[in-house]
Design a protein around this ligand. Structure first.
Ligand code: G3I
Length: 410
């Protein structure tokens, strides 16, 4: 299986040799992989699904790949990326679907970590505490739920894909479950998983409240975030502990995120990196908005990880002014925008120029999926490779952005 990108092999042709002789800058243009192009800047990673981690065409992550496609996907991941994140298999609902020490399904998660170890990749864990993809038993107990106005079972009050309205655990019970889960999962992969998304998407999208009205918040109170970080630090003192959220390009949401992290820092909570998901579109953010986003985040003095990068090319997903990713960024309705490939390439070039400008802080850039066919928003064809694992013009644009980086001498 040839895993190299055909268009730009690293074997120097006569023409290449001549060009190399005349200008060192041209040398960089010959680089054919993302991980090599950015090796002096940051990790370039990818979220992998279960088929890739396990090497079989199982149905998971809403992905339906044939075995030959899985083999190609794996080859592409190995060729192009030096960091991996698990798209779903380390989330609570997948790794501990049932209560107690016997309630864990470690198989897919072990396969994920072993994939990273055998391919010498920087391994990220995603995610420990989230309002979504958490089983109901985690929140269940004997305390009657409070009566709320406009209560809608399964409604958006608790965020997408989640709505448990039954009798609840006490604060102490929920903290105990959180502690046991984090100690077990982080402890199992101690020294192997280098970075953890400890708390995911806790900031409120809209309104004046700082935090999302999740069951974590309602049952434990706002210190559920600090507790999660403390438990994770206890389980692996060497792991980089990340707070991860989306729509940080939106100034109002970014302001809340910064207020949250500052307050955690004031309490000496071990938050060690900021994860900016960066589910964006071909229309926004502009270079200036992304530049401002990273400039503002840098005031926290922490490394920044671009954790879930993809660029929506669907017509329905271009209204990025709101902060709520579930209302806009997921939308892949209406077919692609015209000139989708070119606009995608332009936007990716834009974004990587900003990441390079901020490379003192940006340490990881992770694409959320290996190709358009396996992407959670496949209708928006948001990635660098098509469903046949062939590079799109956006791939060349990202490679070129590295070669053009004005801050390095090639
Ligand atoms: O686990 C069930 C399985 O039991 C069932 O048979 C199957 C039937 O469709 O569904 C499985 O659940 C799926 C789950 O992934 C795990 O595989 C859900 O349908 C599917 O909607 C879910 O989607 C994931 C989504 O998170 C859930 O919110 C996406 O694949 C994943 O890309 C996406 O990733 C999130 C990040 O974790 C956090 N930031 C936003 C990002 C995009 O939404």
């Amino acid at each position: 299986m040839n895993t190299q990108i055909q268009r730009s092999t690293s074997r120097p042709s006569l023409l290449t040799a001549v060009l190399l002789a005349v200008g060192a800058a041209v040398q960089a243009a010959d680089i054919s992989t993302l991980k090599d192009a950015y090796k002096d800047d940051f990790y370039v990673g990818v979220a992998i699904n279960r088929t890739i981690a396990m090497g079989t065409a199982v149905r998971a992550d809403n992905v339906n790949r044939h075995q030959e496609q899985v083999v190609k996907d794996i080859a592409l991941v190995k060729a192009q990326f030096n960091q991996i994140s698990p798209e779903n298999d380390l989330k609570w609902a997948l790794i501990q679907p049932r209560e107690g020490a016997d309630g864990y399904d470690f198989g897919p998660a072990d396969a994920y970590v072993n994939f990273g170890l055998s391919n010498h990749m920087y391994i990220v864990g995603h995610t420990l505490v989230w309002h979504a993809q958490t089983p109901n038993w985690v929140f269940a107990g004997t305390n009657p739920p409070p009566v709320m106005e406009n209560d809608s079972p399964g409604g958006r009050r608790f965020g997408r894909s989640f709505g448990y309205n039954g009798p609840r655990a006490s604060r102490e019970e929920l903290l105990q479950r959180m502690h046991d889960h984090i100690a077990t999962v982080v402890g199992r992969y101690k020294g192997k998983v280098k970075v953890w998304d400890v708390v995911n998407e806790a900031v409120a999208d809209t309104g004046t409240n700082l935090l999302r009205n999740s069951l974590w918040l309602q049952i434990i109170g706002p210190d559920f975030i600090a507790k999660a970080f403390e438990y994770a630090h206890e389980a692996d003192p060497d792991a980089i502990l990340r707070y991860n959220d989306y729509s940080l390009e939106n100034p109002a949401k970014r302001k809340k995120l910064i207020a949250l992290i500052k307050s955690l820092q004031a309490q000496h909570v071990p938050v060690m990196a900021i994860g900016s998901q960066t589910h964006v579109s071909v229309s926004s953010p502009s270079f200036e908005v992304e530049d401002q986003t990273l400039t503002d985040l840098e005031t926290l003095g922490l490394p920044i990880h671009i954790t879930e990068l993809d660029v929506n090319g669907a017509q329905g997903g271009q209204r990025d002014s709101g902060a709520d990713v579930s209302e806009n960024a997921t939308t892949t309705q209406g077919g692609l925008v015209s000139d989708a490939d070119q606009r995608l390439a332009k936007q990716y070039a834009n974004l990587f120029k900003v990441f390079l400008k901020h490379k003192q802080f940006v340490k990881v850039v992770t694409f959320w999926g290996v190709n358009d066919a396996v992407s959670w928003r496949f209708g928006g064809k948001p990635l660098l490779f098509n469903g046949d694992d062939q590079p799109k013009p956006a791939f060349d644009a990202v490679i070129k952005a590295a070669a053009d980086d004005p801050t390095i001498s090639h």
